[in-house]
Design a protein around this ligand. Sequence first.
Ligand code: PMP
Length: 431
Amino acid sequence: MLPIADLGADELDALRNRVLRDYEAFRAKGLKIDMTRGKPSPEQLDLANGMLVLPGNGDHYSEAGEDARNYGGLQGLAETRALFSPMMGASADRIVVGDNSSLAMMHDCLLWAMVKGVPGEMEPWSQQSGSPAFICPVPGYDRHFAICEEYGIRMLPVPLTGHGPDMDMVEELVADPDVKGMWCVPKYSNPSGETYSTETIERLAAMRTGAPDFRLFWDNAYAVHHLTTERHEIANIIELCAQAGHPDRAFVFASTSKITLAGAGLALFASSAANVKWYLARAGKRTIGPDKLNQLRHVRFLKSMEGLARHMDAHRALIAPKFDSVIEALETRLGGTGVARWTKPDGGYFICVDAMHGTARDVVELAREAGVVLTPAGATSPYGRDPNDSTLRLAPTFPSQEEVRLASEGIALCILLAAVDKLIAQREGGV
Ligand code: PMP
């Protein structure tokens, strides 16, 4: 199709009539499909059904002889930490295994930094003279932004480039001592799908920060969540920070929420010895110990990194075709129109669409009226404000293959219809 901007008034009207007719036909199907959140589908969860009977009757001792049914073991079982050591890029003694949510660990770290301060005998962030701020690569994860909002941390948006955040901007911003941290989803980012380049990671590790107590919140939520046969690896942030003379800079997080069971996985934290000690001192005040039966269950089920990788291949077989379906619909309906660009991620849980500026909210509304619920427009920006009103986050994992196919058709129509309407309005307004 021709770029819609090249169409004359009559051609544009004709296109609008065709797209509107198709949209009405789509709406008439009366669908009810939820594409809002990156949730695993029931079939993906079924892959871990073998876990439900583990560790099994009588199997509740760790290798060190701890009774996993009892209290204690704050840092997590040694065999569980060893299992995830390659994924976390840290030795087992630098890992803490939490309960089922890495988001909760991030929340705790941020709150503890605010009220207790981080290692290095620093004042708590909330008691220092300035007002603490975080750098937020955009588009980003709305729940990260929500934690900042909850505790009054100012958010400083920085654009992503396709290989990580704009580092010139980041280096400029971190010179301010009020900038205490930065959210990073370094692999298959939510939602842009991009993976930080080695150069980006080296610069993040080495950059001079105004705040001596600055922390990277390194949320490697999609560390092993590949959508192609290529298993992309990223540079080791903990090692690079140490080499650059900033051994305590990175708080690394991950979880098995999208490996095993989203509501009953294991959360993981990895960092320097000082940060791990700090974390455990705080954590020891809020819990007597984590769910170690779940830790044993994971060790028995996944067994090794190879076992984990095979398990992730089974996820890929289920979800990669759903991503293909979305991309095919977007290409078929929107290819050449110039109204949108979209990502073709090699991993993660999202496809990100950059729609015509000023139309994302309209697209979400049109889709809602046609029975397809999308992540609210703006959710991928701090404070829910997308200055271009153009970013859409599509989450194709949860609905069935057929639902994804149908929904993608509809979403593509909504994107086109909103763009055509916008262009007509602009021309009528003489813009
Ligand atoms: N971080 C990112 C970037 C995510 O996309 C998600 C899940 N959508 C989470 C964290 C949540 O992780 P958890 O289930 O371990 O709390």
